[in-house]
Design a protein around this ligand. Structure first.
Ligand SMILES: Cc1cc2nc3c(=O)[nH]c(=O)nc-3n(C[C@H](O)[C@H](O)[C@H](O)COP(=O)(O)OP(=O)(O)OC[C@H]3O[C@@H](n4cnc5c(N)ncnc54)[C@H](O)[C@@H]3O)c2cc1C
Length: 490
């Protein structure tokens, strides 16, 4: 969409289009200044003390916290967890205003299947699973999802309105194919469980995009292609034109057909992060950035603020792409591009007008570059909720299409603003949302790996990387850094 100067100017100064109430807001969770110190190889402060410790965990997101929880549960207490932010949680952190808590990224936990034994153990310990029964309070209430299509809201994410017979046939056939992939046993969460059952035909799916696979199979229904595209944007931050067909089909086939849930909280997965952090509190040091990790004989030297830790083992639970900037000698190059994510929390002083089915936990607009709006008060037991917070999430929701001359911060302000505009604009927006949005749309940015087909021959494909994570192999005698595998099944 091309924006005129008249439309752009107010958005850039945090104002709005004529007749709409003014919007204020800004970035939160800004750690980039400190992050740039690592990129720019800024000399860290001199260390004042040395601490000998068997194990250091770098990063206090859900991976680092899970590793800490597991070690403590196993009776191992000689470790420290170093987190650069003031609060642990990473992508599972939250904000709060006078109406409700709200997530700053991760907002739900899919109900772990019996195959995800470690996650279920954790859920038991946190009181979410008792005698095989899930805590109803935090199982996502109905209605869970709705879709704005052809001018009204319908229940569920799978498009129902305006489909031709051929569209319906293609949906049926697609889900038959998914059931076949599921039955093969090769598409699992955790991924490792299915590796032994991967056939060459499955691995070949990692050489083409999901879009090409769908075309080869005769799936051209625009509604079906939209659902597939939405799903790969949701899980991998990239659409079907670039996402690996293996990754895209895994999204559908790894989910049990009878799956219920997910588990969700007003503050999203910060609920989990805070519960785990409380259990390992005495091991956590916050506000401590690890700037360098180097080999010293049989040990590792970890430089963190004014302390030098000498450790036998380091668990790298900070973002994988960062490892090369911190660990010496550097581990293999990080083989993925990252998808930029935008999260904006919108405080609504009233609920937008509805046409069609009532608001759900997740509210998705057909054709929008954003993923949807998650309602932070959805699990509330109150009967009347006049004000609420909705979380707008999107991987690259139009970032590339915004005019270039403005700095990134201004482009983001513009982006949040354009997502709130009237529904007749293209791509479609949430009807009535801009007027209901009172104030304080704050936003945060994150990055996640894209499971995309590489641009260059010779680059690693998603499946290869998932099956053999580079970091796990790194290190001479003993594993140096394990990320994402710290708690198998997570
Ligand atoms: C917008 C968005 C929505 C998502 N939604 C969901 C969801 O609903 N459900 C779900 O299961 N997953 C979701 N995810 C994915 C999920 O957030 C990640 O898989 C998960 O957070 C990864 O956890 P982590 O601990 O590996 O990394 P992170 O959460 O990135 O944590 C890494 C931690 O390391 C710290 N750190 C970094 N560098 C250093 C350093 N040098 N020294 C010390 N500390 C350092 C960081 O501050 C951070 O706390 C979402 C992701 C995004 C971006």
């Amino acid at each position: 969409m091309k924006l005129t100067r008249r439309q752009v100017a107010p958005a850039l100064v945090g104002l709005s289009l004529k007749a709409d109430p003014p919007l204020k807001g800004g970035f939160v969770l800004e750690a980039q200044e400190r992050g740039h110190q690592i990129r720019d190889r800024v000399q860290p402060p001199p260390t004042r003390r040395t601490a000998r410790i068997p194990c250091v965990i770098v990063g206090g997101g859900i991976s680092g916290l899970s590793a800490a929880w597991w070690m403590r549960r196993a009776g191992f207490q000689d470790f420290v967890l170093l987190e650069m932010e003031a609060e642990p949680g990473g992508n599972a952190r939250a904000g709060e205003n006078e109406f409700t808590a709200f997530p700053w990224a991760a907002h739900y936990l899919p109900v772990p299947s019996p195959k995800s034994g470690y996650v279920r153990l954790l859920c038991e310990e946190l009181g979410l699973l008792k005698d095989g029964v899930w805590e109803e309070r935090w199982l996502c209430h109905s209605p869970q999802e709705r879709l704005f299509l052809h001018g009204r809201w319908q229940e569920g994410l799978e498009p129902h309105i305006g489909l031709s017979r051929e569209d319906v046939r293609q949906f049926d056939r697609f889900f038959v194919r998914i059931a076949e992939f599921r039955a093969s046993g090769a598409f699992t969460i955790p991924l490792e469980l299915g590796i032994g059952k991967l056939k060459p035909a499955h691995a070949a799916l990692d050489r083409l995009t999901l879009s090409d696979w769908m075309r080869n199979e005769g799936f051209y229904s625009p509604y079906l292609r939209w659902l597939a595209d939405y799903s790969t944007r949701d899980d991998y931050g990239t659409g079907i034109d670039a996402a690996s067909a293996f990754a895209g089909l895994h999204y559908f086939a790894a989910r049990e057909s009878e799956e219920h849930g997910p588990l969700t909280w007003p503050e999203g997965n910060a609920w989990l992060a805070r519960q785990i952090a409380a259990k390992v509190q005495r091991h956590i040091r916050t506000g401590v950035m690890v700037t360098r990790i180097e080999r010293a004989g049989g040990r590792w030297r970890v430089y963190a603020g004014d302390t030098l830790y000498e450790a036998d083992t380091v668990i790298w639970a900070a973002p994988t792409w960062l490892a090369r900037w911190v660990i010496s000698p550097p581990p293999p190059a990080y083989p993925f591009e990252s998808a930029p994510w935008l999260v904006a929390n919108l405080t609504l002083h009233r609920w937008p007008a509805q046409k069609g089915t009532e608001p759900a936990w997740d509210n998705v607009i057909y054709g929008s570059p954003a993923l949807g709006y998650v309602v932070a008060t959805h699990q509330s037991l109150r009967t009347h909720i006049p004000k609420t917070v909705w979380t707008l999430l999107g991987a690259e929701p139009g970032l590339r299409t915004r005019p270039a001359p403005y700095p990134a911060r201004r482009r983001l302000a513009l982006l949040v603003s354009t997502h709130l505009r009237r529904p007749r604009t293209r791509p479609p927006r949430y009807p009535g949302l801009r007027r209901a949005c009172g104030y304080l749309p704050d936003w945060a940015c994150h990055a996640t790996p894209r499971a995309r087909i590489p641009h260059q021959p010779g680059q690693t494909r998603p499946l290869q990387t998932l099956v053999r994570p580079g970091l796990r192999q790194y290190g001479p005698e003993r594993p140096v850094a394990v990320r994402g595998g710290a708690v198998p099944g997570h």
